[in-house]
Design a protein around this ligand. Structure first.
Ligand SMILES: Cc1cc2nc3c(=O)[nH]c(=O)nc-3n(C[C@H](O)[C@H](O)[C@H](O)COP(=O)(O)OP(=O)(O)OC[C@H]3O[C@@H](n4cnc5c(N)ncnc54)[C@H](O)[C@@H]3O)c2cc1C
Length: 537
């Protein structure tokens, strides 16, 4: 009998485990609670939520893949599509990011591969911004060099324990400096600059910077269609062709742990009791907390850290437009929007062409990343607003930033807010069924590893410890690969190991990192700290 594996959760992490295992001949059964696969990365036909028929889709939140992603594009390159290509062939490069301001001219930053000298100057200058005083540019460069020359252990133990703002000594910097730092990462919706560690933010900031100036990699890519039909649906077909048995609408409600044997005995799903050689828990953080019984946490105390991990809200909203606007050839960051909005005009990338007389001709996909700060017209945070108030306030914030780009709220035919956001029972705001794990200060060591001490349980999900230290499709994919690696080892399945990559960093700094490793092992501070103590500035 081939070994069997039961995967609980059909988001990016669960699908990745299924892919890696099934392509090596392991028998896989996957249980997904909702009626669709893809988890937070799914999209849905907008007509389901509108009073109109439209070929456009709604996204849970629009997606992009920065240059440093390796795991997810690799998986995409192994999923065939109906047009005899692969999902990876449906990735296209964006050209620009629009930095939109309220009351100041907007600025389009080139994000594509720099080709001309001007492009190069733009790419190098954009992250540090031409309006920063030299003293502050030097400060930022010095801080980035500190991270680049720190060894991995120092990053995990020291830099993860300091917040990014205090590492940058942000209170003593100018307002422009603070804004630049926030805008660089605002586009990475999953990250809040004020709550993340110096390790997470510094590493991701550097990765984005490398992506921007490395001519060999596309800086940023997006799919040429909505996420579900372009990526998730072909993935499902491919997995089914590999023999994966997929049950949607089938939540797992209970994990039965056999404490004396230190093993999971079975799990309970809609279809009944499920027994397998190995189990993968690939559900979101808040569900993992609830499903993992106390006895399992007692057996593997490293799992107790998940109670200290935090989630935040990020959710999408689509504005359906009677006339399409391009906005920019990439996404837009609304720099002064209190709800930290980012947006993308989809039609140009999706090549969706509605009939000329269709009342909906374009879709602006927006993400709200701050649900705690009061709005402009409405003096309450998004979480304390009704759905109608959220819609009205988002339209105000969009107008104040994007009117120069042709956005006109009178031409918005309809708005659809992510169905995961719904009114609370007592009517004092909204609740979010799909919060997102956020990498807060000190969270790295609290994150569980994919391989647990229960020898037939592994974990996969964006909160699991990975080298991609950022809650994203990339980290969910990497975590899925780590879970698959552990299972293949436990089941002694022969064959090619699962590919897992570390984040690329310039080799020119490797000798400094080795030197720092030597210092860290001896309990010595980073050389820069020793020098700054000797020469106080
Ligand atoms: C608005 C928004 C925009 C984003 N944009 C980007 C982006 O541009 N790029 C990027 O890389 N990342 C982005 N992300 C992050 C990314 O979407 C997530 O980090 C990633 O998809 C998480 O995948 P996952 O498999 O770990 O978890 P999930 O997607 O949460 O999947 C878990 C699955 O488990 C299922 N489940 C739950 N309970 C049970 C149960 N009891 N039994 C069975 N199944 C269960 C759920 O229904 C779900 O399908 C964004 C996130 C949001 C919210």
């Amino acid at each position: 009998m081939p070994p069997t594996v039961a995967i609980i959760g059909g988001g990016i992490a669960g699908l990745t485990v299924a892919h890696e295992l099934a392509s090596r001949g392991v028998e896989v059964e996957l249980f997904e609670a909702s009626g669709h696969l893809g988890g937070k990365a799914h999209s849905f036909p907008a007509a389901e939520y509108l009073g109109h028929s439209t070929p456009f889709h709604g996204e849970h939140g629009f997606r992009f893949l920065p240059a440093f992603y390796r795991h997810l594009p690799d998986t995409m390159s192994r999923i065939p599509t109906m047009d005899s290509r692969t999902v990876a062939d449906h990735l296209i490069e964006t050209q620009q990011t629009l930095l939109a301001h309220r009351g100041k001219p907007n600025r389009a930053v080139t994000v594509g591969r720099p080709r001309t000298l001007d492009d190069w100057m733009d790419a190098l200058d954009a992250p540090l911004a031409d309006d920063l005083p030299l003293r502050e540019r030097r400060h930022l460069l010095e801080r980035l060099l500190y991270i680049l020359t720190s060894c991995e252990r120092r990053r995990q133990y020291e830099l993860d324990a300091i917040s990014w703002p205090s590492f940058l000594d942000i209170d003593r910097r100018s307002r422009t400096f603070r804004e630049r730092i926030e805008h660089m990462t605002q586009a990475l919706v999953a990250l809040r600059a004020d709550r993340a560690s110096a390790k997470t933010m510094g590493t991701i900031y550097l990765q984005l910077l490398f992506g921007q100036i490395d001519p060999t990699r596309p800086t940023e890519r997006i799919l040429d269609g909505p996420t579900s039909p372009t990526f998730v649906d072909p993935w499902r077909s491919h997995l089914e062709n590999l023999g994966v048995d997929i049950h949607t609408g089938s939540p797992v409600t209970d994990i039965a742990f056999d404490a004396p044997r230190g093993r999971i005995d079975h799990v309970r799903a809609e279809t009944g009791s499920v027994e397998a050689d190995q189990y993968v828990l690939a559900v979101p953080l808040e569900v993992a907390r609830y499903l993992l019984p106390e006895e399992i946490r007692g057996h593997d105390p490293t799992l107790r850290g998940i109670d200290r991990l935090e989630t935040a809200w990020m959710a999408g909203l689509q504005c359906f437009l009677e006339e399409d606007i391009t906005l920019t050839t990439g996404h837009a960051i609304l720099a002064d929007a209190p709800w930290k909005l980012t947006a993308i005009s989809q039609r140009q990338f999706w090549h969706t062409t509605p009939p000329a007389d269709d009342p909906i001709q374009g879709v602006l996909s927006v993400i709200i990343s701050d649900w705690q700060t009061p709005g402009i017209d409405i003096d309450r945070p998004a979480s304390a607003c009704s759905l109608d108030e959220i819609e009205a306030e988002v339209l105000t914030q969009l107008t104040l930033h994007l009117d120069a780009e042709g956005f006109d709220q009178d031409r918005v035919v309809d708005v659809v807010i992510d169905p995961a956001i719904s009114p609370t029972a007592d009517g004092d705001g909204v609740e979010n069924r799909t919060p997102l794990f956020v990498n807060t200060v000190g969270s790295y060591l609290d994150r569980p590893r994919a391989e647990t001490r229960v020898d037939n349980l592994t974990l996969a999900g964006d909160y699991v410890r990975t080298s991609t230290d950022l809650a994203s499709m990339e980290s969910a994919n990497e975590a899925g690969r780590r879970a698959a690696t552990a299972i293949l080892g436990r089941l002694d399945v022969p064959g090619r190991p699962v590919d897992i990559w570390q984040l690329d960093e310039p080799t020119v700094f490797a000798p400094w990192r080795r030197f720092d490793r030597w210092r860290f092992k001896r309990g010595l501070p980073h050389a820069a700290d020793t020098i700054s103590r000797m020469i106080p500035i």
